[in-house]
Design a protein around this ligand. Structure first.
Ligand SMILES: [Zn+2]
Length: 404
């Protein structure tokens, strides 16, 4: 940590420009205390890490601090200086006793206060939620920035996105923000479209901290629909072909389900496993949950029969296989938007039609392709319809911004 109390109770902030000599001299004559637990801390003036304070015995502190890594300290320092240049009153490590939290940075501008947490190691979901909600209860906004050491890209447009970094996702076009002190850069990953439970399509937008501004980082990042279409189709083709068997891990039970229907993976419906703007809401792979809707709800419908939207919602809520994702920045009902998008997609694909308000009727089109060739051709058609949803979403987002 960068802040400690002196014997006279004053805060000493190591992020202010103080020379090493002065600090060495202070270390000779002063004793320093942790602002949270009031136990004695040591001033560390080594070369490997930024100058910082450390508890003499780490286990005594109320905040149960793990020793801070050099990476975390370096990033926190750079973010501190950067937020100051962005016109925020920026204070490091302010302890908020009412909620027993000590954000890495506390920002104030006009009447708005925000806590910044720079998280370089995974923490349990429960703790993430507790901390986030406690800030909100105090009327603070909270900006979580992931350490760049958690950034796991494995191909130009694909990110390993486990449930931990997904917690950080926010915005209508979801993004996650990373900061890497080694690269002196922010990495903004968007739009976060999970193909499987751990792999997501995302562009990475790099903003060097030397030229980044708040508005350059937080304005919506426009990604290429063409790239999304190509990349997604390629991945789905490989999945169909079983080219990379590891891609099919986690699908065993689903294959059994398909087997009972006499459908091989290569003849998976083209309308299953399509990207949707709010796809992040559902943790279960799109191939699985969309197939379940197609086979359990759409296919059994007889001519003239209709399916109300609430029935689809209830089906998804009650199905043990379909898991929603924990996303603290989104309303609990976020998955309903995903389902709405999927229904709109199925309408555009001519499998169903909207009869009135929120009720759908099946059209007499076969859901299962007869051959692999037909499956690939229909995949391309389906992708066009899915991309249309993204185009509409993007124009809706920019229209909403113009109003603000
Ligand atoms: Zn302490």
């Amino acid at each position: 940590m960068f802040v400690a109390l002196k014997q006279n109770g004053e805060r000493l902030n190591l992020l202010q420009p103080l020379g090493k000599e002065l600090l060495q001299e202070m270390r000779e004559r002063e004793v320093f205390f942790c602002p949270v637990c009031e136990s004695e801390v040591q001033l560390k003036l080594g070369t490997r890490k930024k100058y910082h304070f450390a508890h003499k015995r780490t286990m005594v502190c109320k905040l149960d601090l793990e020793p801070e890594s050099a990476y975390h300290l370096a990033g926190k320092e750079m973010l501190y200086h950067w937020f100051k240049t962005q016109g925020f009153l920026t204070e490091p490590e302010v302890y908020l006793p009412s909620i027993r939290q000590r954000p890495d940075l506390l920002l104030t501008r006009a009447n708005v206060q925000a806590a910044v947490e720079f998280q370089c190691s995974p923490i349990p979901t429960k703790r993430f939620l507790e901390r986030t909600h406690s800030y909100w209860r105090e009327g603070l906004r909270v900006l979580w920035i992931l350490g760049g050491n958690q950034y796991k890209r494995y191909a130009a447009h694909w990110l390993r996105l486990s449930s931990f970094p997904a917690l950080f996702a926010q915005n209508r076009i979801p993004y996650v923000l990373y900061f890497c002190p080694d690269h002196a850069s922010f990495f903004k990953c968007s739009p976060l479209l999970p193909f499987s439970s751990s792999t997501s399509f995302a562009h990475t937008f790099v903003h060097r901290i030397s030229s980044a501004t708040i508005s350059s980082i937080f304005s919506p990042s426009l990604f290429s629909f063409e790239q999304l279409g190509q990349q997604w189709l390629q991945k789905k083709k490989r999945w169909r072909m079983g080219q990379f068997l590891h891609m099919r891990r986690g699908y065993e039970e689903f294959f059994q389900y398909m087997y009972t229907k006499g459908i091989s993976p290569s003849r998976l419906p083209a309308e299953a496993g399509v990207p949707l703007p709010s796809l992040l809401a559902i943790q279960t792979p799109a191939i699985i949950w969309q197939s379940l809707i197609l086979f359990d709800l759409i296919e059994p419908m007889r001519a003239g029969e209709s399916l109300p939207f609430w029935q689809i919602v209830r089906y998804v809520e009650q199905h043990s296989v379909i898991q929603r994702r924990v996303l603290p920045y989104y309303p609990f009902s976020y998955f309903k938007r995903t389902l709405k998008e999927y229904m709109a997609f199925l309408c555009a694909s001519d499998l169903i039609e909207l009869v009135s308000g929120q009720t759908y009727r099946r059209k007499q089109v076969s859901i299962v392709p007869q051959t692999e060739g037909e499956a690939f051709a229909r995949d391309e058609e389906a992708m066009k319809h899915a991309l249309l949803l993204f185009r509409n979403e993007q124009s809706a987002t920019s229209a909403a911004e113009k109003r603000i």
